[in-house]
Design a protein around this ligand. Structure first.
Ligand SMILES: [Zn+2]
Ligand SMILES: [Zn+2]
Length: 264
């Protein structure tokens, strides 16, 4: 069984009901986290997940809302007595932030009862192979954002594919990478009236989201990285997307925090 759990769905500004965007994938009882924000350790406990089965974390880019919870998660796993290695994958530009962030709290080199943190650089090539094991095959591709960022593609044991755009403006690399995916999660930070702000900060606004979702044509497309309290509210983005109705044959979902969906 494979499933995705939306640990958070907000843009950089969380709301009373939304944490910053972060995804958790399960395959055969093992877990892969994409981005690390909010209170990940508490959510893993809330979901009844054995934290030792979380072995891989991929950070898509080093904007604060996508990586700030890494030190607290590592600290919690250390207190818990973890011995299993934790593999972290990130662009070199993000590693330049992540390593000092962990070192600020002395989290990588403690001598007592400590588990290895193995940091793997992502080069930022198109359709780059990241890692493969019995549960996940992971690839990434560069997107167009205010700083270097990657979209991620996960292929599960039975062949289902799941693509997550992370933060991006419209770009051909994302279309090439996501086309034909079974499931596709795409950000939508702004409503259409804030199109100039979207262009300036290299995010998507509603109609761009609809155009891209239609072009990519995944069986099931999810929208995240919006906020109840800023820019593009949940209600408003839902209205703008349904008004466009550009993809009548596709399933479109705007998940809330902790919603989960079976993948295969
Ligand atoms: Zn973001
Ligand atoms: Zn960002």
């Amino acid at each position: 069984m494979a499933r995705v759990i939306f640990l958070g769905t907000a843009s950089a500004l969380p709301s009373a009901t939304q944490d910053n965007s972060s995804l958790l994938f399960e395959s055969n009882g093992y877990y892969l986290m994409i981005d690390c924000s909010g209170t990940p350790y508490r959510k893993l406990l809330h979901l009844g997940i054995d934290t030792k089965k979380l072995q891989h974390i991929l950070i898509t880019h080093h904007h604060v809302d996508h990586c700030y919870a890494l030190p607290s998660l590592v600290e919690c796993l250390w207190i818990e007595g973890r011995e299993e290695p934790l593999h972290i994958y990130a662009l070199r530009s993000a590693i330049a932030i992540i390593e000092p962030l962990l070192d600020l709290f002395d989290l990588r080199h403690r001598m007592i009862n400590y588990f290895p943190i193995v940091i793997h650089p992502i080069d930022g090539d198109e359709n780059e192979f990241i890692f493969q094991n019995a549960n996940f095959t992971v690839r990434s591709t560069p997107t167009l954002h205010a700083l270097p960022s990657v979209a991620t593609k996960i292929t599960f044991p039975k062949g289902s594919t799941f693509v997550y755009s992370s933060d991006t403006a419209p770009c051909q690399t994302l279309v090439d990478f996501a086309k034909g995916a079974d499931n596709f999660v795409m950000e939508c930070t702004f409503c259409d009236e804030d199109d100039q702000l979207a262009e300036l900060t290299r995010h998507l606004h509603s109609s761009e989201w609809g155009d891209l979702a239609s072009t990519i044509g995944a069986d099931h497309t999810f929208m995240i990285h919006h906020s109840d309290v800023s820019f593009c509210s949940y209600q408003r983005v839902r209205e703008e997307i349904s008004r466009g109705n550009k993809f009548p044959s596709q399933k479109v979902t705007i998940p809330r925090d902790l919603d989960e969906f079976v993948i295969e």
